[in-house]
Design a protein around this ligand. Structure first.
Ligand code: SAH
Length: 217
């Protein structure tokens, strides 16, 4: 059972955060509405929930972080989610990004390397009434049982784009993935034009925790 409250103070802080995201250039209203609706502080331990509406990444334990709200909005906007899209997410972490995708009507499949984080996120999403299919494991291998996907989002920094993921993307599908070294990564959005062709657009630079796995670091 979820033993948390969404106070007026929280709602007010969330409204301010969403206004800031708009100022920073996020234009997709569906994304902004989802982030206005979802209580991000539920994804924080109660002791730290006062930090939930700062536009910052924050530690979630196990050496990992919940992505900065701007980054979540930026990646989600690039995915152009349509209701019913089958989406693969690599790096469930706190489950906040998963929740944003589910709120937009996506059918979400999410993989987290660390079992402890995966279990915690699954419990929270269920308590919040969101359906997402989650597992712990190496997301750089994709999720063949449910492939192909309309969209793929990677929320950890990759050294290269894992080809296994591209193979599990539908023709016309979009993959959003940060690629670079351990200090900085460029946000790539890739559109699968044919079985063999991906069209790449390079966006702004970000800093993510590393994607660790067979096709990662
Ligand atoms: N979207 C999450 C981001 C968490 S940080 C959120 O906003 O809360 C990125 C997550 O990717 C970490 O939890 C990390 O453990 C996970 N990760 C790293 N490599 C992975 C891999 N190969 N497969 C699945 N998850 C991975």
């Amino acid at each position: 059972m979820l033993n948390r409250e969404d106070s007026y103070k929280n709602k007010g802080a969330r409204k301010k955060l969403v206004a800031l995201l708009k100022e920073k250039g996020i234009t997709d209203n569906a994304v902004l509405d989802a982030m206005l609706a979802i209580p991000r502080h539920y994804f924080f331990d109660k002791t730290f929930e006062s930090h939930a509406y700062e536009d910052k990444a924050f530690p979630i334990g196990e050496g990992q972080t919940i992505s900065q709200p701007y980054t979540v909005a930026y990646q989600t906007q690039l995915l152009h989610i349509n209701k019913g899209d089958k989406v693969l997410e690599i790096g469930t972490g706190s489950g906040y990004q998963t929740c944003v995708l589910a709120h937009l009507g996506a059918d979400v499949y999410s993989i987290e390397r660390l079992e402890k984080l995966s279990t915690k996120a699954q419990t929270l999403l269920k308590d919040l009434g969101y359906a997402a299919t989650c597992k712990s494991g190496d997301g750089t291998l994709g999720w063949q049982d449910f492939a192909p996907f309309d969209k793929i989002i990677v929320t950890a920094g990759a050294p290269v784009m894992p080809k296994t993921l591209a193979a599990q993307l539908n023709i016309g599908g979009i993959m959003v993935i940060p690629v670079g070294n351990e200090h900085t990564q460029e946000m790539w959005s890739l559109v699968k034009k044919s079985t063999k062709t991906l069209e790449k657009i390079v966006h702004d630079s970000f800093k993510f925790v590393p994607l660790i796995g067979q096709n990662g670091w």
